[in-house]
Design a protein around this ligand. Structure first.
Ligand code: ADP
Ligand code: MG
Length: 321
């Protein structure tokens, strides 16, 4: 399919119904923000064989790409509005793939009330896709990695390591899981949940100033908070929300450095602990306190077991280079 045919037949449908996109017939898109709001922007790139396998199919690849972008907005407490799509089309991408790709985007558009407003399409040796997402927050409000304070409690949403389990199953790992357990883990790998309402609530109710979404692994992303806030963290193994109980230490450490959870890791002043418990009920979402922040020490993160012995950490998470 030629570039203009793909735009006509597939991308225009995703931009329909909102004048910002100018029906994908202009050089750019244009939209205004509500008064007293600021733009929040984020971008992710997905490269074939690094972030996805073409064999995963267009639907799953597109959904995960958009979800990871929405997760970045969630970590900023922002509400998403629009996104732009970069589409690097290799020879192996056929029309069926494109149709499924756009179905994946369309389903998320409905769920999160967002629209496509433009992009660029090119032939490429290897497939790659990129999304830039646009959202907003109220002026001068934000959640940021560098905003943690000493003695803040550290909370995490959902479970840690389910997506990593799913990836291992996808890659053919031997295990004793039932069919429905396997399905659950694979779903967490392919379709993580962007925690947008959580981020928005934390910001609007002023319950937190500091958040990050877990993309590289709990430990690696907690280390970002520590380094950017110039603090250290003290966390407890038996408070980490793993899907399964009584896992061997080695397994637990793998799950904590596996990455791709897209849960929110955020810090909370002790006086707001009760309110976080109420928010968890309201959102029907598991929110676990895993430790607290301390003044800067030699180790960024000190991990303790139930006997209060410190566990030496070597591998922190997925590193990009
Ligand atoms: P230009 O020559 O200025 O790059 P194009 O011919 O590439 O413009 O694009 C024409 C229109 O189609 C533009 O509105 C552009 O935003 C839109 N478009 C092109 N590729 C994509 C894409 N992958 N996703 C969404 N919109 C796209
Ligand atoms: Mg172009």
């Amino acid at each position: 399919m030629a570039e203009f045919e793909i735009i006509e037949k597939y991308f225009k449908a995703l931009a329909k119904g909102d004048k910002a996109a100018r029906n994908l017939e202009d050089d750019s898109a244009q939209f205004a923000l509500k008064n007293n709001c600021e733009l929040v922007v984020s971008k992710d790139i997905f490269v074939e064989d690094t972030h996805f396998l073409l064999a995963d199919g267009g639907y799953k690849i597109a959904q995960k790409l958009l979800i990871t972008n929405l997760s970045d907005l969630a970590a900023s407490g922002a509400t998403p509005l629009y996104y732009m799509l970069g589409f690097g089309k290799s020879k192996n991408i056929d029309e069926k793939f494109i149709a499924e790709f756009c179905q994946g985007l369309g389903d998320l558009q409905k769920k999160f009330k967002i629209k496509l407003i433009g992009g660029d399409t090119s032939a490429a040796k290897q497939a790659f896709f990129s999304i830039t997402v646009f959202g907003y927050v109220k002026k001068n409000q934000n959640l940021a990695r560098f905003n943690a304070k000493e003695n803040d409690l550290i909370f995490v949403s959902g479970n840690i390591g389910d997506a990593y389990r799913g990836l291992q199953i996808k890659l053919g790992e031997k295990n004793n899981y039932t069919k429905s357990q396997k399905e659950y883990f694979l779903n967490r790998h392919f379709f993580p949940t962007p925690r947008l309402s959580l981020g928005q609530n934390l910001l609007a109710k002023k319950l937190s100033k500091c958040a990050i979404d877990i993309s590289d692994g709990l430990l690696a992303d907690l280390r970002h908070i520590c380094r950017n806030s110039n603090l250290s963290a003290k966390i407890f193994l038996d408070k980490i929300p793993f899907c399964e109980k009584n896992l061997p230490l080695k397994e637990q450490l793998k799950l904590m450095s596996g990455g791709d959870d897209y849960e929110l890791l955020f810090t909370v002043d002790c006086k707001n602990e009760r309110k976080i418990i109420n928010l968890a009920k309201k959102l029907n979402l598991r929110l676990s306190c895993i430790g607290s922040l301390t003044h800067k020490q030699k180790d960024d993160i000190a991990l303790f077991n139930s006997q209060n012995q410190q566990i030496k950490l070597t591998k922190f998470g997925y590193e990009h280079f």
